[in-house]
Design a protein around this ligand. Structure first.
Ligand SMILES: *Cc1c(COP(=O)(O)O)cnc(C)c1O
Length: 430
């Protein structure tokens, strides 16, 4: 499989090169040259397969020139070594719980696949991973790469805009993990990372790669759990049409799902759900894409005003708005509505939502999808947002052991202004 740049279809590279480059020239995103189609037989067998087997089968065509099948098998067994259950929340509404990994958010999957693929593929020693985070990416990537030889990870996050427990998951690790608090927004962090990749001097001196969801080794493996969701749905709700609501920020997660659908997976409709940063639901409604300055919300991992996977979102629909509108719905929720959803779902179903998953639940409950069952992606464990969730419910919640462990540690971070000169200098001297 070759990967082309969405900005220039004649620029094509291998899987390996696409991972290492992160981005194509002029900030182009890589995209698979040919979307695989899986056999009917695979879909029939799906409900009886194990998760790592599904992963291996789905990912093989994307990586086979660069990762031999025996290595891919090991990587999949290692990455997909925790459960991803589909849980019935109320009649016709199911949660795909993606939070059973080491940092309790769905990003563990892509981040771990990226770290293990890079470790296998990289011939160079000192690979430096740059990652901008609004919370969960930083922890997933830092923990995915922690102790991986020949790599270090520079994590940029907006100062004061990431919860303490989230910060503790990437500012307390030491070893090869270098956190920097940026005096600005998440968009500033993203801009600094992009500028670093565009800087010829830095590029010549260091081998930099990106771990944001733009990297295909984070993006493509996420499609695996959509197959897994359908495999489970076939048992829990046989014969029903399936709609999937995805709490969205940078659109990495939902575009992985749309990619799965393009391979033949029978998903009826996707619902792109946002918080007040509703540029994508607005686009779906109107056909106009109008990026905004990021608005801070309680679902902060979705605080994105100009989603960086938007070009893939368009590419997956052949840049045809009518086609897109046919297959997608949108919905958005402000902070008060999110709090109401957390309270009402707890009261009605005794199911605890996190602020991100709550938006997906809301979209299904409010009927954003058509007939059939609805699955929303529960993208993080509510315990990651303990202050918010406890204040919303007016009661204490129990933190999972993994989080209690992080909570005890001490934060240790660098700080920089949102200025590329300062960031470049930091990279050159660390
Ligand atoms: C990152 C994240 C999102 C948004 O996912 P995208 O791939 O950026 O659209 C939603 N919820 C949680 C908990 C996240 O960490």
């Amino acid at each position: 499989m070759q990967y082309y740049s969405i900005l220039d279809h004649s620029h094509k590279v291998s899987f390996k090169q696409a991972i290492i480059n992160g981005l194509a020239p002029n900030f182009g995103l890589y995209f698979p040259e040919e979307i695989p189609r899986f056999s009917e037989r695979f879909y029939e067998q799906l409900p009886d397969m194990k998760l790592p087997e599904v992963a291996q089968h789905v990912l093989r065509p994307y990586v086979e020139e660069d990762i031999p099948d025996t290595v891919l098998k090991d990587i999949c067994e290692d990455v997909f070594n925790f459960e991803i259950p589909l849980v019935e929340v109320e009649e016709n509404i199911f949660a795909l719980e993606l939070f059973h990994g080491p940092t309790l958010a769905f990003k563990d999957i892509g981040a771990r696949f990226l770290a293990r693929s890079l470790q296998y593929l990289s011939t160079e020693n000192n690979i430096r991973v740059l990652v901008a985070t609004s919370g969960d990416t930083g922890s997933a990537v830092a923990n995915g790469f922690l102790g991986v030889k020949g790599t270090d990870v520079v994590v940029l996050y907006p100062k004061g805009k990431v919860s303490e427990l989230q910060r503790k998951q990437f500012t307390t690790l030491g070893q090869n993990i270098i956190p920097i608090a940026i005096e600005g927004t998440f968009d500033d962090c993203q801009r600094l990372v992009k500028q670093a990749f565009a800087d010829a001097e830095l590029k010549a001196a260091q081998s930099l790669t990106s771990a944001n969801s733009i990297n295909i080794a984070r993006w493509i493996p996420q499609s695996v759990y959509y197959y897994w969701a359908l495999a489970q749905a076939q048992k829990l709700a046989p014969g029903q049409d399936i709609n999937i609501a995805v709490p969205s920020g940078n659109l990495g997660n939902i575009t992985s799902g749309i990619l799965a659908k393009a391979t033949g997976l029978k998903i009826k409709q996707f619902i792109a759900v946002s918080n007040r940063n509703d540029v994508v639901p607005q686009y779906i409604a109107s056909g106009k894409y109008e990026p905004i300055t990021t608005i801070q919300t309680i679902a902060n991992a979705m605080d994105v005003g100009d989603p960086n996977n938007f070009p893939r979102f368009l590419e997956l629909h052949q840049h045809n708005y009518d086609l897109l509108k046919d297959q997608m719905a949108g919905a958005s929720y402000n902070d008060e509505e999110i709090r109401d959803l957390i309270r009402s779902c707890k009261a009605a179903n005794n199911y605890l939502l996190d602020p991100h998953g709550a938006t997906g639940y809301g979209a299904l409950r409010d009927g954003a999808a058509g007939a059939g069952i609805g699955i929303f992606l529960e993208t993080a464990h509510p315990g990651k947002f303990v202050e918010e969730v406890e204040a919303t419910l007016g009661e204490k919640i129990t933190l999972p052991a993994k989080l209690q462990e992080f909570a005890k540690r001490t934060i240790n971070t660098h700080e920089l202004p949102a200025d590329f000169g300062a960031f470049k200098n930091f990279l050159e001297t660390h």
